[in-house]
Write a protein that binds this ligand. Structure first.
Ligand code: S3P
Length: 426
């Protein structure tokens, strides 16, 4: 279990083109290639633990995967039963989307994950999938992994989800592609929409009208994917906060997806006073471009809408709250409690350790801006908690423990951070 010490930084001006590729899109690109006729070609695939686990599972399900280190080529003759237990590692996206994909596949499959993933709720996908005929089971009546799946015939559905979750939506869309009729999925708030965009681009008949997605069953196979995965805005955001909280700092983050469902945290930082601009340079499945962030004095805001658009960035945004004038508030964010850690409690405890006044609520927290103090913070095995408090260390110095989890999403994080400050990994 490694530990890191971060030293305070002074002003910097940087352009970064090597932000980790998008995790959500990388998972999907590997999985969706199994639905295509012909060879899919993926460049800039995220080579981090979570997405490499997904790629390994795709291989175990019989796909042919060729990787020359630049392009990953995937072709499949249909999903095959595997003699292996399919290990999703730390990834909720991996496990939930595979539930949707495998529910209709011929054979028996077992999905598992690390100790953190085996504690996270899976009923949000297993229950609606069971309702349409899927044969899924797991501990606690199908809520906890390991999960077993016996592929079955699926009935058409009209599902109204109570949570805005792209993982649940994607699992149900994957199931709908093999169901026996037209399906609809409605969510309370739009969640990230990579699945609809990518499968639509591959020729699937998917229509999105507001919060309702209509999916027709697949008529034959889809066209192969040809995709360069853009940089991950959730990973880029750590560096955006680094620039926003450091006087006179400026950073340009290149090649990031500018999908509106993914850049809400940058908009929140803008509302706090940071000087942020966007430049679209490409459009393949979704807009892609550069984000420039310049320091400016920050002030408090309330975040209570479109929570799913910035749920992954709330820990890092909370570091900006701690450096802002006034009391910032996060509401309607109870989903934070079932992420890689209970992020309401890990953010609150981390900030308290850094001398910041924080109040915990059932669905969020408030943070009174102040002076961050050097502390020893435990990541609780959560990559985004680890990276958020490392960024806080740019102001005051910090030690963060249990940092190996950063490899699940952002393996070159320290390499990039070393352009800004001194780091000692112990
Ligand atoms: C993801 C969806 C979100 C997000 C997660 C990735 C995805 O989870 O927090 O990191 O790729 O679909 P929920 O669907 O649980 O909101």
């Amino acid at each position: 279990m490694s530990r890191v010490e971060i030293f305070p930084c002074s002003e910097f001006s940087l352009k970064i083109s090597e932000i980790a590729p998008d995790k959500s899109i990388s998972h999907r690109s590997a999985m969706f290639s199994m639905l295509a006729c012909g060879t899919s070609e993926i460049t800039n695939f995220l080579r981090a633990e979570d997405t490499l686990n997904t790629l390994e599972i795709v291989k175990n399900l019989g796909a042919k995967v060729e990787d020359d280190g630049v392009t990953i080529k995937i072709s499949s003759d249909g999903i095959q039963e595997s003699s292996e237990i399919l290990d999703c590692g730390n990834s909720g996206t991996g496990m939930r989307l595979f539930c949707g994909l495998l529910s209709s596949a011929k054979g028996h499959f077992v999905l598992t994950g690390d100790t953190y993933l085996r504690r996270r709720p899976m009923k949000r996908v297993t229950a609606p999938l069971r309702d349409i005929g899927a044969k899924l089971d797991g501990r606690n009546d199908g809520d906890l992994a390991p999960l077993s799946i016996r592929g079955a015939s699926l009935k058409a559905f009209h599902y109204e989800s109570k949570i805005a979750s792209a993982q649940v939506k994607s699992a149900m869309i994957l199931a709908a592609l093999r169901a026996d009729g037209i399906c609809t999925y409605t969510e309370p708030e739009l969640s990230r929409d990579h699945t609809e965009r990518m499968l639509g681009g591959m020729g699937a008949d998917i229509k999105v009208e507001g919060l309702k997605t209509t999916i027709a069953p697949m008529n034959g196979l889809l066209s192969p994917l040809k995709i360069r995965v853009p940089a991950d805005p959730s990973s880029a955001f750590f560096f955006a906060v680094a620039a926003a909280i450091t006087p006179h700092a400026e950073i340009i983050l290149e090649g990031v997806t500018l999908n509106v469902t993914r850049i809400e945290a940058f908009k929140a930082l803008e509302r706090m006073g940071a000087d942020i601009s966007y430049e679209i340079t490409d459009n393949k499945y979704e807009p892609i471009g550069n984000i420039r962030v310049k320091h400016a004095p920050l002030h408090a805001i309330t975040v209570e809408e479109n929570i799913s658009w910035l749920i992954d960035e709330l820990p890092a945004l909370s570091i900006a709250f701690a450096c802002a004038e006034g009391v910032s508030v996060v509401k309607n964010a109870e989903e934070l409690r079932v992420k890689e850690s209970d992020r309401i409690s890990t953010v609150v405890n981390g900030l308290v350790a850094c001398g910041i006044e924080v109040e915990e609520m059932h669905d969020g927290y408030s943070v009174k801006g102040g002076v961050l103090q050097s502390a020893l913070v435990d990541s609780h095995g959560d990559h985004r908690i680890a990276m958020s408090f490392i960024i806080a260390g740019l102001r005051c110095g910090m030690q963060v423990t249990d940092i190996d989890c950063i490899n699940t999403s952002f393996p070159n994080f320290f390499e990039l951070l070393s352009k800004i400050t001194k780091i000692e990994v112990k």
